[in-house]
Design a protein around this ligand. Structure first.
Ligand SMILES: [Zn+2]
Ligand SMILES: [Zn+2]
Length: 417
């Protein structure tokens, strides 16, 4: 019995890898266009970073992190998200000295011990962007526009944008009091988790997906009616930037996202057809996170999206993936005696920049041609005794099956046609 892949993880096989290259290329192309620079942080961090960054009472921290001690007993955690590590790196590397506003992006695996289901894995891939150092509402709008541009580049349509403001330290305190007051006599009807949330972080109740709680939340006071002047005008500025760009969005006053660090703008991008997991990305402003992680007060805004869910959405919308280019040249040998010449030729072809391969399994010429067809080689170069004595090889077009003898020295010219 062979060992299987751990629960909630998957192999990305060669037949699918082109999808990943394609998405990664498009992401990098668009993000470069918007002035973002890539940052790569470690896959694990000290656990405290996430407890302080994401929030003690969030689902991620309470039940979804892969946490383990290192050999000296220090607690490490596989990164469940990318923002806290990026902010850690920003502070540790004093990036504020480079420029007042820093625009970063990341791309890579994240880890959460969730119940595996369609589009949800325990090791999943995210791309994310962070704009650190500005409180400008234009930055919030730009983050949303950037992400929409990535989706557009990938051909995704019918995306719904949900947007909300979750307020700031000042106005949220009052709102949470109001919410708590509203929930007080309904506490018995909340799910067991929400009963706990009611005490620890009542705002999290708004994020509950259970029907019983949803009913109660539906008529709860909304945060957008309780924003302070600053949050209120920031929110309306973000919306007017989006309107100006003709971006259709919906306000969802109950959208709070699963992380505690959000302030002011919060948003989600929904793709129809993904079911309960229909959010393909989301983000928002996090003006207090840098300070909470030990830095000076530094406003910031960002976004993250799961690549696996993007792939599902692309497939559901029946968008064509780029097709594999196939190998340029397959080098075949008439018999084993010619294998050294064939090998030398193979390497010579590769050195010109073309892709080339040969079969090492000592198969017949016929079986070598079968392999050449299977891997989609455009041409075959066949090395045989008779031709070699004349310093020639057979040059075969794999599509038309036409073949001719050419001089070895002319191969490269022939190939560049
Ligand atoms: Zn406020
Ligand atoms: Zn609940």
């Amino acid at each position: 019995m062979f060992i299987k892949v751990p629960k909630g993880t998957q192999d990305i096989l060669p037949e699918d890898i082109l999808k990943w290259y394609h998405i990664e290329d498009m992401i990098k192309e668009i993000l470069n266009k918007y002035g973002y620079k890539e940052i790569r942080t470690p896959y694990f961090e000290y656990t405290d970073l996430f407890i302080r960054g994401i929030g003690e009472s969030t689902d991620i921290v309470t039940k979804e992190m892969f946490t383990f001690p290192d050999r000296k007993g220090r607690s490490l955690t596989l990164r469940p998200e990318g923002t806290a590590p990026v902010v850690r790196a920003y502070l540790e590397n004093r990036m504020d000295r480079i420029s007042k506003v820093i625009k970063l992006f990341y791309l890579g695996p994240m880890f959460r011990c969730e119940k595996p289901q369609a589009g949800r894995f325990r090791q999943f891939n995210q791309f994310g962007i962070e704009v650190i150092g500005t409180k400008s509402s234009a930055a919030d709008a730009e983050v949303i526009l950037t992400v929409l541009d990535v989706y557009k580049k990938l051909g995704l349509k019918n995306l719904e944008i949900l947007i909300n403001s979750v307020g700031c330290k000042k106005c949220r305190v009052d709102y949470v009091q109001k919410l708590k007051k509203y929930l007080k006599d309904k506490k018995d009807f909340l799910c067991s988790e929400c009963k706990e949330r009611y005490n620890k972080n009542p705002l999290r109740v708004l994020d509950c997906k259970k029907d019983s709680c949803k009913k109660i939340i539906e008529i709860a006071p909304v945060i957008t009616e309780n924003l302070c002047q600053e949050c209120e005008s920031h929110f309306s500025e973000v919306k007017s930037y989006l309107n100006d760009q003709k971006i259709v969005f919906h306000e969802d006053p109950r959208l709070i996202r699963g992380l505690d660090y959000y302030t002011k703008t919060a948003f989600e991008i929904i793709s129809g057809g993904l079911g309960a997991q229909n959010a393909i990305g989301g983000g928002g402003r996090y003006d207090d996170l840098v300070e909470e992680l030990g830095g000076k007060p530094t406003p910031a805004v960002g976004f993250a999206a799961g690549i696996e869910r993007m792939i599902i959405a692309i497939d559901q919308q029946k968008i064509k993936w780029p097709v594999e280019k196939g190998l340029d040249i397959f080098v075949a040998k008439v018999n084993e005696k010619n294998k050294d010449t064939a090998f030398r030729l193979l390497q010579k072809i590769r050195n010109t920049g073309l892709s080339a391969d040969m079969d090492y399994s000592e198969g017949s010429l016929k079986s070598q041609m079968r392999i050449a067809n299977k891997i989609g080689a455009r041409y075959a170069v066949i090395v045989g005794e008779e031709e070699l004595s004349k310093n020639m090889v057979i040059f075969r077009n794999m599509q038309t099956k036409e073949q001719k003898e050419i001089k070895i020295d002319n191969i490269i010219d022939e190939l560049s046609l």
